[in-house]
Write a protein that binds this ligand. Structure first.
Ligand code: GLU
Ligand code: ZN
Length: 523
């Protein structure tokens, strides 16, 4: 069977419609982001529709704010979705909790037409039943005692004046005693056997609905053609197929995506903070890099070129290239990709993206301790709110540091000295230069020379400092070390003369003064 279930729908004129059904139970996991991306790429590649549908059927597990955070983070990745009338206008997602009356109608239909039945068994009966089965080495399974009795019992209770609210029951689906098969777009032909399967519960005893019925009903009503989801659902898919059949509907095509494992080859746990989408964005991975990285979690491009933007991915995406074996979450690769995209950005763009990190570190507000001259204007203008647009000096700083910046959260460390005079590290200063009083004299000489610089450009500064070293009988590396540490506070920094030029004369002279006069250096 199933040869006709190809990637694109059989009937001409039917376009692809896929959905992502995340549950708002916490910080979105990297697996959720990957599955969302694959649905998005599949839909956009074939010009179909991509639907976002919030699976909030289990209100008890819902975490406040999780849904909004998810929408925001998916939008940051550029994964926009289509339709969804329930909230937030035309681009709002579908929300299952506001659709419960729809699922209730179909539940009634299943109860009335036969495939579903009420089960009044209490755990006092079910627990020993299950224990016996397990002891005999059988899979635990409900014995269907209520299947025959359900209607009789219900009628009896009604006659006795007991209403349903007072009589807890679950609704179960009576699975057909049959085997079946379907074609999975990733796993190929799948056979299954429902003859010994446990009748699944569709609604809990408090009347609340489990995901399965809601999912099947929505997939049908929303004309979903392909269900692409994590391979954790492989064992449930036969039950969903049975539900489609019980409702008289044709199931969609299924494709199950490989799980994501960490370096230890174990499945990345939901609670693993390093695997949370929001956390990775906050850590300063660029959305562009994350999208590229996510695409490679279980899929490989046909031509081997792994650096691909979202639109390049859309053009190349092919479900036939999705693997079954687990995908490795390789942080080294993510760091590498992030570096690639960071270097591609225009300095002004990169500087803008660094702003929130610099602001949080207190490097942009006029109130930060020891504000340097570059931002003194902000403070003077009473501009306590940091600017949303980076100033030219920051842009220059970013341009000089772009090669070294691996993640945006490194911006305060790498760019801090451009924005604020660094703490003076006397030991570092004296590590390679001349000893104490000579160091101060040399710094003072450098200060005097640079005061006279005709212009404050890198070539001029380089010529002057080389001459100065020769005049005073020091090696250039000794002098440059002193100046670098005095001005940047760092062992390694972008090319010294570019740094000096970017900082500007006033800042540089002030920092040289401060180092020359520091206790332990001056004497
Ligand atoms: N909310 C389900 C999940 O957490 C959706 C499964 C599906 O795509 O049908 O994965
Ligand atoms: Zn029962």
């Amino acid at each position: 069977m199933a040869e006709h279930r190809s990637i694109t729908p059989d009937s001409p004129g039917t376009s692809i419609r896929v959905r992502m059904a995340p549950s708002p139970t916490g910080d979105a996991h990297i697996g959720t982001a990957r599955t969302t991306l694959f649905n998005y790429l599949f839909a956009r590649h074939y010009g179909g529709a991509f639907i976002l549908r919030l699976d909030d059927t289990d209100r008890r597990r819902e975490k406040p704010g999780a849904a909004d955070a998810l929408y925001r983070d998916l939008r940051r990745l550029g994964l926009d979705w289509d339709e969804g009338p329930d909230i937030g206008g035309p681009s709002g997602p579908y929300v299952q909790s506001v659709r419960t009356s729809i699922y209730g109608e179909y539940l009634d239909r299943l109860l009335a037409s036969g495939p579903a039945y009420r089960c009044y068994c209490e755990s006092a009966r079910l627990a020993p039943l299950k224990a016996d089965q397990v002891a005999r080495g059988e899979p635990p399974r409900y014995d269907r005692r209520c299947l025959a009795r359900a209607e009789r019992e219900r009628a009896g209770r009604e006659r006795a004046g007991l209403d349903h609210a007072g009589t807890p029951y679950v609704v179960r689906l009576c699975l057909p005693a049959e085997s079946g098969a379907y074609h999975d777009l990733v796993y190929g032909d799948r056979r299954y056997d429902l003859r010994h399967a446990d009748d699944p519960i569709l609604t809990r005893s408090d009347g609340s609905l489990l995901y399965d019925l809601a999912s099947v009903v929505d997939d049908h009503l929303m004309a979903i053609t392909h269900v692409l989801r994590g391979d954790g659902w492989l064992s449930t898919t036969p039950i969903h197929i049975a539900l489609f059949h019980a409702l008289g509907w044709e199931p969609p095509v299924f494709g199950h995506l490989p799980q994501i494992v960490g370096q230890d080859r174990r499945k990345l746990a939901k609670r693993d903070g390093s695997a949370a989408l929001g956390g990775l964005l906050r850590a300063g991975y660029l959305p562009e890099a994350l999208v590229n990285f996510l695409a490679l979690l279980g899929w490989s491009p046909p031509d081997g070129d792994e650096v691909l933007t979202l639109s390049e991915l859309v053009a190349r995406f092919d479900l036939r290239r999705v693997q079954r074996s687990p995908a490795l979450f390789d942080t080294t690769k993510l760091d590498w990709l992030n570096g690639v995209y960071t270097r591609r950005l225009a300095p002004a763009d990169l500087a803008t993206r660094c702003l929130p990190y610099l602001r949080t570190a207190g490097l942009l507000d006029g109130t930060s301790a020891n504000p340097d001259v570059s931002h003194a204007e902000n403070a003077a203008a009473g501009d306590v709110d940091a600017p949303d647009v980076p100033d030219v000096r920051l842009e220059r700083a970013v341009a000089l540091s772009q090669d070294r910046l691996r993640r945006l959260d490194e911006a305060p460390d790498l760019l801090g000295f451009f924005l604020r005079a660094p703490d003076l590290d006397r030991e570092l200063l004296l590590e390679r230069g001349p000893a104490a009083p000579e160091a101060a004299a040399l710094l003072a000489a450098a200060r005097a020379a640079l005061t006279e610089a005709a212009d404050f450009t890198a070539p001029t500064l380089e010529t002057m400092l080389r001459e100065l070293a020769a005049t005073h009988g020091y090696s250039t590396s000794q002098l440059f070390w002193l100046v670098r540490v005095a001005v940047t506070g760092r062992r390694a920094a972008p090319p010294l003369f570019d740094v000096l030029a970017a900082l500007g004369r006033e800042n540089v002279l002030a920092r040289l003064d401060r180092a020359a006069e520091a206790p332990g250096v001056a004497s």
